[in-house]
Design a protein around this ligand. Sequence first.
Ligand code: NAP
Length: 424
Amino acid sequence: MNGPVPVEVLKQHLIDPEICIRCNTCEETCPIDAITHDENNYVVRADTCNGCMACISPCPTGAIDNWRDVLRAEAYAVDDQLTWDELPVQDDALAGQGTIGEASAGAAGGASGASGASADSSEPVIGGSDLVRGSVVPPWSAAKPYVNLYNHKAPVQATVVGNYRVTDASTESDIHHIVLDFGKQPFPVLEGQSIGIIPPGTTADGRAHHARQYSIASPRDGERPGYNNLALTVKRVTKDHQGQAVGGVCSNYLCDLKKGDVVNVMGPFGSTFLMPNHADSHLLMICTGTGAAPMRAMTEYRRRRRMKGATGKLMLFFGARTQGELPYFGPLLNLPKDFIDTNLAFSRTPGSPKRYVQDAMRERAADVAALLRHEHTYIYVCGLKGMEDGVLQVLQTIAGEAGLDWQTLWQRMKTEGRLHLETY
Ligand code: NAP
C-alpha cells in the first residue's frame, strides 16, 4: 500500500543580516563550526548546526535567533545566505512544522572532544560540558537594559559634541574619545552595552556599509552627568592583522568627525556584560587598549555612586604597548588610590621586558585571590582575543595557589553572571 511520502521539515537556523552587527561572537561561540562569514554576512550551515543554542545568548543584537521552517531538502545554502540583505519570508504551508536539525556524527563528535580538554594542558580547561567560557547571564543585581531600540532601517541620529585624541600625539596609536549627543530622542544605555555606527557610503560592490559595533565608554547617566549623551573609545585602524596598510571604514570616519556632525546609530546592544548594582559588589576589570571602554564606563558610574555610599572594591589591570598608547592615562592616574587599585602593564616600553596584564595579575596574586574568594566579585575581561586564554590561565593558577578549586569556581561564576568576557 502506498501512503504519502513523509515530508521532512527542518527548523533552519538563520542570522538576520539586517540586525547582525558582524561582531563575530556567534562564530567564536559555536562549538561545531556551523557558523561562517564573508565580508557581507554571517551565516549558518544547515547541515552542521545541531541547534545546541550555545550562540543564542551571547549575541548582542538577537540577530542570531531566527528560524525558518523549510523542506529539509531545500534548506537555504550558505552561498545563498551570503548574498541576502534580509531574511526570506516564512512559507505559511510549512510554518510550525519544523524540527531542529541534527549535526552529522562527525561534527557532534568534534564538539564532545573539545569539551574534554585534559586537566594538565597549558590551555585553561573549559568548565563542565558547557563550551561557553564566560557568563551568558547578567549579574543578578544589574539594571534591566534596553536593546535594539534602533536598527539600520530606522537608526537614530546623534550629534558629535566632542572628539579628541586620548593617546600621546607622539605615538602611532590614534585613539579618540568621541561624545555623541541624542538630544531629545530616547537612547537609554547601561555600562557594558555597545552601539552600532552606520558609516556613510557603500562598499566597492555598491552595498551600504554594515554597522560597526563600539562599546560605550560612559555611564548610564551620560558622559556629562544628566545629559543624554554617551562616549566611545575608537582606535583609528590603519593596518590589518597582518600589518598591511588598510583604512578602517568606520574608525576613520569616526576619528575624523567634527563637532556638529550627525551620525546614524543603532542599538543599544548587550544584555549580559553589565555591572552589578549592589553597592558592596567588587569589580575585577582586565582590559587591553580600547577594551578599556566598558571599564571606564563602570568605573565612572561607581565613582559617581561612591559619593552615595557604594563600598565595593575596584581592581583594574590595563595593558597597552606603551604609556603613551594607553587611552585615558592621565585621568586614570588621577583617580584616588582608595577608590580603584590600578595596575598597568606595558608590552613595548623601550629597555623594559614585555609585560602583559597576566603578568601584572600574577604579581598581585594575593589580592586577586582575595577577590576570587568573595562571592560578590564580578570579573570583566575586554580587549584583544589573544588575552582571553592568558587571563583565564592566570586566574586558574592564582585560584589553585590559593587553594580554590578553579573548575568549581569558574562554573559557579559563569552561572552567577560573575565572569564576563568580551574579546575580539
Ligand atoms: P593593542 O594596542 O593591539 O594591544 C594592547 C595590548 O595588549 C598591547 O600591549 C599588546 O601587546 C597586548 N597583548 C597582545 N597580545 C596579548 C595577549 N595574548 N595577552 C595579553 N595582552 C596582549 O590593542 P588595541 O589595538 O587597542 O585593540 C584592543 C582590542 O580590543 C581590539 O581587538 C578591539 O577590537 C578590542 N575591543 C573589544 C571591545 C569589546 O569586546 N567590546 C571593545 C573595544 C575594543 P603587544 O602587541 O606588544 O604584544
